[in-house]
Design a protein around this ligand. Sequence first.
Ligand code: ADP
Ligand code: MG
Length: 751
Amino acid sequence: MARVARRSPLSPKGSSNASSEAAGKVDRSPPSAAARALQKMGLRTDWDLALHLPLRYEDHTRLTALADARDRQAIQFEAMVVAVEVSQRPRRQLRVTVDDGTDRCVLRFMVFYPSHQATLVVGARVRVRGDLHVSIWGLEMVHPSFTPAGGPLPQTLTPVYPATAGLPQAYLRKAVASGLHRALQHWTETVPDDFLRKIDAQRFYGMASSLLFLHNPPADADLVALQDRHHPAWGRLKVDELLAQQLAQCLSRRERDRLCAPVLAAAPDGHAPSVSLMQDFLKVLPFGLTAAQQRAVAEIQNDLARTRPMHRLLQGDVGAGKTVVAALAACVCMDAGWQCALMAPTEILANQHFTKLVGWLGPVLAARGQSVAWLTGSQKKKDRTEMLARIASGQAALVVGTHALIQEQVQFARLGLAVIDEQHRFGVAQRLALRDKLAGHGPAGTLAREPHLLMMTATPIPRTLAMSYYADLDVSTLDELPPGRTPVVTRVVSDERRDDVIGRIAAQVANGRQVYWVCPLIDEQADPDGEAHADSLLPAPSGPGKAGARAAGREALALRNVTATHAELSAALPDVRVALLHSRLPATDKQQVMEAFAKGETGVLVSTTVIEVGVDVPNASLMVIEHAERFGLSQLHQLRGRVGRGAAASACVLLYSPPLSPTGRERLKAMARTADGFEIARIDLALRGPGEFLGARQSGDAMLRFADLSSDEDLLEWARAVAPAMLDDYPDEARLHMDRWLGNRSDFLKA
Ligand code: ADP
Ligand code: MG
């Protein structure tokens, strides 16, 4: 039973006193279980506890007269017990009638213990807290908490903390209060005063006042401002957190300045071959580069010619033509006599890149006695062994693959450039692992310790995110699409009009066009984007966990699955070849299905989101997305980007199952309204937070907990400005500050 804290648990006196008070509670819920639950929540240090902030607050600071209370109001009152009865009907329960002089109230307990009956005896005065129900039969409270009446009321609001099963609020409150108390005792200021003075003083309190306020605000606190985090009590946490993040970014940038990468430029030292791959490639390319592509290539070339490892993000909306830019960067690297690795998140995409690159570069490389190697998780052992040998000898100048590239056995002879396509689909650890492929393996006699790194993404990164998480990156942006594209027309259509949509498919196919039909899940157990880690070598990331998977499973029962849709379309369109693609198919089948579709042999491809990223079949002109309301906006944008790649007018149909929630409708309408990836990314950032951009599954640790990039841009600007000065002038404080806020997570901010 939760008891009213007698004193603010935050005053040092309250803390020490409260510990004896709490001892009884600890006995009732075995301390080991609750302590284990604390650990499981990641609340290990005093600082962890101090930063475990309330979800909401309860007001235990005053008493309300029963006569003044409203229905459903959460109130606290003191009253005298006037009747106690254990009734058996409708079920066994304890009914206690209390009277506060203004009205009577019945307290009902379906579960009760002898201790209840010991306190709740006729004539006793009790303090009761709970939700009041007012009905024609009078006032009632079900399972209220109660203590003997009297004693001082708390001066501050009572926090309700995020908890888990086996972790009672009373125990948690106690633990947080004492953790906070100790944390503040040992806390030293790390942020220099003259830096803090640059922020409007109205915006934040000192650290101690901030934390004390957030855990136990006064009864008259502005709860709305606390809730939406505009209250100055939040300011200092945001300031410190953003500063820690910027310090880590700045530091990793400086560390990179000291590292050495191979100089990838056609040097006159005999390394450069007489034939330039780059020139040959430009000759076979069936189109000219856009101005944006030329600019990006020049920026990359410039980086590659330096010993400082390149760390560049190439962002460009879907269809902007990033692959060609990557291929040209690979040429520069190979022309300088080094190997290039290209890693893609799915086998389908890696395969497509491989086919394209072999087509473009295969003959020229062969003439030089070199080749393009191919590595995936599903490869036959014999092929794999052969590929590994070619990579280790350097005979494979270009290596294309999935996560298999970062496996331990993969040893490059001279890795000069690593390209990561659709980088947001990879975890931080995976990106770091690819970068580490050169470390220690640089050829003897060179100083090279790091390959250059080029990351590509079609999920444009809003400015604030670029400034925070990607502060260590240089960015090239493809801000124009190749000429001759017709915009994709997007329609939001109810599933009730499914037959019309199927009719439209028939018309498209009759005109020689092809169609994608995307469904959310394979069947009740499927992971909607299982493909992303289907061939991962790393343990499946701890995401939402089993509970999440079960929930997804339940949801999926209600969804049309991809197999059923395939059958439905096959039946409805007897003259059309309808293919099926999902992540559970064996890799060779996937490959065959994709190849047949790319060649135009199949008219309709019914697929899960395995085709989400990168897939490029210019003849496809209609994209139908079933249960569009279940997808994130950036994901819809990616899917939509699979069409509109050729000259034909293309369309995207967002099918939804009515009824659609107002926000759901808003989101789909936004999709139909704009084709601008940046605009969509901004909407997505506002709706879903930064996870979509960062590959949340693996980098959740690097997330901001307190600051909000959409509303704290000015604080971010401040942190960015002061971080370099702090590293220079206050290195010890900077180190302490990063340790406190990031601990061992600072590594995760580097990639
Ligand atoms: P993304 O940026 O989404 O990865 P891709 O690299 O797959 O885009 O390119 C999309 C399509 O545009 C491909 O078919 C590609 O060959 C073509 N393409 C790329 N650059 C140009 C260009 N400058 N002119 C015409 N077509 C281009
Ligand atoms: Mg691509």
